[in-house]
Design a protein around this ligand. Sequence first.
Ligand SMILES: [Zn+2]
Length: 243
Amino acid sequence: MDMHVHLDLYPNPLYVVEETSRRNTTTLCVTTSPRAWLATKTVLSKYNNIIIALGLHPEIASSKQKETQMILDNIVNSIFIGEIGIDGSSKYSFSFELQKSIFSKIVEKCACTGWHVMSIHSRNAVSSVLDILSNNITTNIPILHWFSGNKTQLTQAIDLGCFFSFGPAALINSNSRKLVSMIPLDRLLPESDGPFTVINQKMIMPWQAITICNYFANIHHCDIQYIHNQFIKNWDTILSKIK
Ligand SMILES: [Zn+2]
């Protein structure tokens, strides 16, 4: 399983896609713009265990601003939405208001077009993301990807019904480790966030997302298979809502 990966951005995407489909039961491939979604969906349509999510990445909100209407128009055609969200880092502060406005529009549109599963980026912008989500939670199932908020924000997100996806790269950081240990097991999912994540100078591959089971088995004193089964159950819980 890998619930947040950019398959189209690996240097050798066709090999990675083939291997991912062979090794993973389910993969949620997020996209960075609605045009990329359309292209990726067309190329990968034969892989029935790879889901392509419709996205507009907050880091490129300003250069892709003109694709806002395209994403809004296509929400009705895609249950899975991502990568969307807000990045509050100083590097992207110039587009913060624009990011917020695009994210609000997407979430509002999703809330009035049936169930949607959304993979959400919230780096340095957790409170803005949670504010927007809480006003539009009805039929939206948010998965906060690589969540890095504080304990109060975590509680707020759990109360909202959010899921959380983490990968091996996140667990290198001791703050992230502290945070993930506070998340109920029935809200967690594995992700690679490849090809942007690296361990020992090697890109993390989509089939390595699941290795986080080791970490959770350790902190919850249970076996790896138990954690693996729990991740499958969590994904099934999400799918049961959208059916
Ligand atoms: Zn990502």
